[in-house]
Ligand binder design. Structure first.
Ligand SMILES: Cc1ncc(COP(=O)(O)O)c(C=O)c1O
Ligand SMILES: C[C@@H](O)[C@H](N)C(=O)O
Length: 359
């Protein structure tokens, strides 16, 4: 088998800036974004506020910082508690920052396989104010759309609105970790602004499926963004000529939103192809966006680390989830021929092992 150039399926965070992004970066109009407004940052923030239907926006270095700032702005009183998914990125992959840095107490509710949390369990997790002597105070509910660890599953606008109603009923705020909100919007056929209408704040990653090299944007009310700007500086996220990065993000918005549907089709194609390979299993119906989780079937005589080594030798790179569960993430720099090549590498790896074991 002829090894091709690298097929990097570890994440949609691995994309390289395109030539048009690099040209925009080189020619970006910039200023000191801490002392005044960097004009290109201002353009990006205005565009993101418009797309999401919120009053204002703020460029931040990462999605992790975007979520941290959002939670800390909403939970700015000691003893605050946030309700979030037990399989959410904020809870699983952000070093517990809301607690270690922000002193905010997490109260997890089980994420269902479809990425939602049961509405009645969310409501049951809200602290009874009558117990204020002993309870933390619930101030915020966090959703994640699409839900990455559940396989890039999309939360419907109806579900998001319903959670928003629960938050409003109890005087709480709603934050959406919208790292891949554009993927959810495209998959559902619902405009981003409608999908997040019920949210008080959203953190949107520019550096994932949109393919920008760096950054996220948080959106919300003018008051929220004003507090967020100050907290960004506190956390060291205030940057100077940040327009260089924002210029690439503006190109990403112009060029890559329309490519997301193709990413989703490649993910479906990959899942359907994997299911044709003896020893691998994936529920194709759960593949809604650009993320595919699949399992090595028990008895297939190959371990994930063996499979990875074999694949890496053929230029294919993945992210291990466990010894038998694997994740691949599609993005605009993976072609359909890359998908077909990768499937052939999987087939070759599995067949080789099965022949060695007389299966
Ligand atoms: C759902 C989700 N939220 C937030 C983040 C954090 O983004 P960043 O890596 O830019 O900190 C990620 C992944 O990176 C993610 O997948
Ligand atoms: C691993 C995780 O932090 C990252 N957000 C990803 O999806 O690749």
């Amino acid at each position: 088998m002829v090894t091709r150039t690298k097929v990097d399926l570890r994440s949609d965070t691995v994309t390289k800036p395109t030539e048009s992004m690099r040209a925009a970066m080189a020619n970006a109009e910039v200023d000191d974004d801490v002392l005044t407004y960097d004009p290109t940052a201002f353009r990006l923030e205005a565009e993101m506020a418009k797309i999401t239907g919120k009053e204002a926006a703020l460029f931040v270095p990462s999605g992790t910082m975007g979520n941290l700032i959002s939670v800390l702005v909403h939970c700015d009183v000691r003893g605050s508690e946030v309700i979030l998914g037990d399989n959410s990125h904020i809870h699983m992959y952000e070093n517990g920052g809301i607690s270690t840095i922000g002193g905010v107490h997490p109260r997890t509710v089980k994420n269902n396989p479809d990425g939602t949390m049961d509405i009645d369990l969310i409501e049951a997790a809200i602290r009874d104010p009558r117990g204020e002597l002993v309870y933390p105070t619930t101030r915020l509910i966090c959703l994640e759309n699409s839900q990455a660890n559940c396989g890039g599953r999309c939360l419907s606008v109806e579900y998001t609105d319903r959670v928003g109603e629960i938050a409003a009923k109890h005087g709480l705020k709603l934050h959406v970790d919208g790292a891949r909100i554009f993927n959810a919007s495209v998959a559902l056929g619902v405009p981003v602004h409608r999908l997040v209408e019920a949210a008080d704040s959203v953190s949107v990653c520019l550096s994932k499926g949109l393919g920008a090299p760096v950054g996220s944007v948080i959106v919300g009310s003018k008051s929220f963004i004003s507090k967020a700007r100050r907290l960004r500086k506190t956390l060291g996220g205030g940057m100077r000529q940040v327009g260089i990065l924002c210029a690439a993000a503006l190109v990403a918005l112009q060029e890559n939103i329309t490519k997301l549907e193709a990413d989703h089709k490649k993910a479906k194609m990959f899942a359907e192809g994997l299911n044709q390979i003896k020893g691998l299993k994936v529920d194709v119906n759960t593949v809604e966006t650009n993320i595919v989780y699949f399992d090595i079937v028990e008895g297939s005589k190959i371990k994930a680390e063996t499979l990875f080594k074999n694949l890496e030798e053929h230029g294919v790179f993945l992210m291990p989830e466990s010894s038998s569960r694997i994740r691949i993430v599609l993005h605009h720099q993976i072609s359909t021929s890359d998908v077909q090549y990768t499937l052939s590498c999987f087939q070759q790896a599995l067949t080789g092992v099965q022949e060695e074991n007389g299966i």
